[in-house]
Design a binder for this molecule. Sequence first.
Ligand code: SF4
Length: 912
Amino acid sequence: MGELLFGDLAEPGAKSKSRLIQEEPLQTAEKPLTPQSNSKPTPNKAESVKTITQARPNWISDRLRRIMDLEVVENPVEIGTIIQDAVGNDDISNTNSEASNPENRQEDSTNKEVSNRKLDLSAENTKNTEKPALKDKLTGAIQESHGHTWKSDRLRRILGENDQLDVNLATSTTETLVAANNNTADTTNNVAVTRVNNGSVVAKHRGTKMNQAQDLGSRIADIKGAERIKSFCYTCPWQCPTEVFVRDGKVVYTKGNPESPHNIGSRCAKGMASTYITQDPDRLRYPMLRTNPKGEPGEFKRITWDEAFTYIADKLKEIKSNYGAESVVYTCHHDPNTQFFRHLLGDLYGSPNNYTHTSGCEMDRRSACLTLFGHLFPMHDFENSRYIMLWGMNMLGANQGLWESRALIEAKKKGARLVVVDPNFTETAQKADEWIPIKPGTDGAMALAMCYVITNEELFDTEFVSRYCEGFDGFAEHLQSCGYTPEWAADITGIPAETIARLAREFATSKPAMSAIFKGSGYYTNGADAGRACYILNAICGEVDKPGNLHLKDWAPLGLPVSIPDEAKANNDAQPLHVAMGYPLAPDLPNARLPEAVINGNPYPVKALFVQSTNPVMSDPDTDLMKEMFKHLELSVAIELFMSETAIECDIVLPETSFYEHAEIRQGMYIDPKVVLCQPAIEPLGESKPLYDIVKGIAEKMGWAEHFPYEKWEDWAEPMMENVPMSVSELKDKGFWVGNRKYNRVPDGLPTPSGKIEIRSSAYADAGFSPYPIYTERSVIPDSEYPLQLTHSKLSMHCNIVTQNNPLLMEICPENWVEINSQDASKYGIVDDTYVMIESPKDKIRIKVKVTEGLVPGCVSVRHGHGFGHWAMGSTAKGKGAHSNNLMEAHTSPITGANCYNECKVRIRAAV
Ligand code: SF4
C-alpha cells in the first residue's frame, strides 16, 4: 500500500463548564429515538441561544443565525447548473472545441464586455424575467457549504441585498471603481474602495485583487467556452473532487465534481474562493537565495533552478560527510508528492527523518488509534449512527470535511442524538441535542468515569470484549482501583456526577453509537490517555467498525510513484529522531523538540531542514524558539507558495506550484477506499515547479537521476495506479476511483500485537507507560497572577495558515478574536467587540474580543490563533488579527510529543 496521506484539520481545543446541560431522559435502544425528537431545539437549548443572542447582539447573533436559525439544505443546488441557466448554455463541458473557434472567441469578447456590467438580480429589476428564478437558485446555492447556510458579502451582493456594495470592480489597476446603492466608493489605483453604509464604514476592498471574483456576470461570461478538468481541491486536507474550468490558460471557475459521493458536487467557501491562488500577486515565482546573515528576516536574490539544485546538492553531500545522513530532516504537510522526497532523502540519502506535521495536529488521536485498533486514521460513519458523542471536535465550525459534516447533519435528520463535550459552545455544539460544557483539559477524567459506570453496571458488550478486546478485565479492575467514579470526575470536570452516569448509560444502550475525538482532547499534556479513554468507550460497548461506528476504513491499493532498488538504498542504523528523543509511541516528529536537536545537538545534531508546505515558525508553540532554531542550521530550504514566516528564516526558497498547476494522486479522505486525482489545469505560475520536478532536479545533481526517470506526471502515475482497477486515463476523465466499503473487520483480527483491540496496550507497557489510560492533571494551571486558561478553536472560513492571503475569505472573516465568558468579562472590565491585551508569562498580544455565554468561565478561547497575525506571507494576510503561539512555552505530551497549545495561563485587560 502506498503512503497514507492526510493533512491538517482543524478543531477547537478547549474545555470547561456552563449551566446549559440538559437533564431530560434520553430515549435508548429499547425506546428508539425518533426524528421528531431531534428536529427542533429543546426548550433549554432555545433558551440558551436566546440568552447568548441577547448577551452578544453585535456578533453572535450572526454566527448563530448562520448555524442555527437557517434550515439545513436537503438538496443543495449546484452552482454550475445555475450558471448554465444564466448563460443559456446547455452543456458548458462540451465547449473545448468551441473555445478555439474564432466565432466563439468573438463571442467571448462580447461576453467580456458584458462581464463589466452588473448582473442585477434584485427583485426590483423587472426587465429580466429570468432573474427572480435565478435569484431563488442562488439563494439555494449559498447553502452548500457544510450542509448549512452562510452568506458572504459577495453573495449578498449577487442577491442584490441593499446594504451591500454593488460595484463593477476595475479590470485593471487604473480603472475606476463604481459603487451603487447606499454606498460611496473611492477611485484609487490599487487599494480599492471604502464601503460606507449610512455613514459607517462597513468594509474596505482591494480593487485589483477582488476584480475577478466579485461580479457574477463576468464569471458567467468567462465560464462559457471553458475547458472542464477533473481535479481535487487541496485548500484543506479533505480533497473534495472538483471540476476546474479553464479558459485562455486561466482558471475561471471551479465547482465540486457532481459524481463524487464524497462531496456530491459541492465545495465549501474556502474551496470556492481558492481559485484566487492561481493569480495571487504575492505567490513566489522563482528560486531565491538568502543574501544577509541568518537570524535576520531574509533578504534574497533571484537565482536559477540549476543554481538552486547545485547549492542544495553540494550542501547535502557536505553535511552527510560531516554529521551523517540523519542530521537532515524533512517536514511537510502530507502531500502525496512528498513521497518523492522520501525516496530521495530516505532511500537514497539515508536519513530516517522524513516527517509530517501531526504534532501540531491530531497526533494524540493517531497514537490512540494505532495502539488500540492498529489503524492510523479511522473515519466516522455518522450517517448510520444513532448516538454520537463528540469530544472537543467541532465538525461544523472547523475545517472538517464536507462529507463528514453532511453525514452528521443527515444522522441528525434521521434522529441520531448528538452530544458535544466541549468548553466552547461551538457551531457543532449549537446543533447538538446536548452540550456538555466541560472544564478545559479534563476529557480523560469524564471518559474514564463513563467507562467506570459501564463496567460497574455491567452495561458492556460481554461477548465483544471477551472475544475481541485485550485486557478488558484488567481495565475494569484498574477503573475500580483508581477510583474513577462519576463523583470523582465531577469535581475535576465541572460536570455533575449524575450527568456523567446518565451519559454513560445512554451511550452503552443506544446502538449504533460512536465516541469520537480529533484535536480538542489532545492539546494538553494528558491528551494521549484522554484520547484512549474516549475511544475505549466504543470498544467496551462493542461499537467498533460496524455501521454507525468509528470505521476502520480500507485504503485504496495505491502503489509508489518510483521504485528504488535495494542495492541503491543507503544504509543507516541511526534511530529516527522521535525514537532518539524518547517518544517511541510518537507517530510523527515531536516538532516542538526539534530546536533542542538543532541548537544543542540533543539527541544528535540536526544540521539541515527542509520545510515543504508547512510553516513551523507560525504554527508551532514558542515562536521565538522556532526562529532561533533556524540560525543554527547549515542548510534550511523552504518549498512554498509564499514567502512564509518560515521561508524568511531559510537560506533558500523554492517556489512550488499550487494544486491547480500540478498533479497529485492520493488516498481519498472518504469512508470508502478512494483514489483522488489532482491534474494540472493551468501552467505553473512564474518559474514555480511541482515537487516531483524539484526532487528530480536535486536528484540529478546528486547523481541519482536514473531513479526519477519520468518526463511527465503520467509516467509516475502509472505505477501508482497499477493495482487500482482504473487506468490513469480513466482517472483523468473521472477524477476519482471508489472501492467498496467493508464493515466488521474486528473478528478478522487487527494489526495490533495481540490482533485484538488493545484496551491494555502492550506498546504503552513496552514504552514504560501505564498500559491502561490514566488521568493526570494538565501541566499549566491558572493562578492569581494569570487567572485564565488559554484555549484555542478554529474558524470555518479559514484553513490553518494557508487562506489568510485570500481577499475573498478575508472579506468574510478578516481577523480572528478571543472569546471570553460574560462573567469574566465583567470581572476584568472587558467590553464586547473592543480590543484587549492577552498576557502570558512569556508574551502578550492585542486582539479583538467577543463576550459570550457560550464558553465556560475561567478560560479564554482564541480562534484560529496560529493562522492570523501574519508578519510575512502576503500583503492581504500581513498584520491582520493576532498570532497567539508565542504566548506559550513549548509543552509537549510526554507520551506522543504532541504540541500542547492549551497549556498556557494568561490574564486579560482592555487595550488602550
Ligand atoms: S472541504 Fe476542504 S477540500 Fe473540500 S472544498 Fe472545502 S477547502 Fe476544499
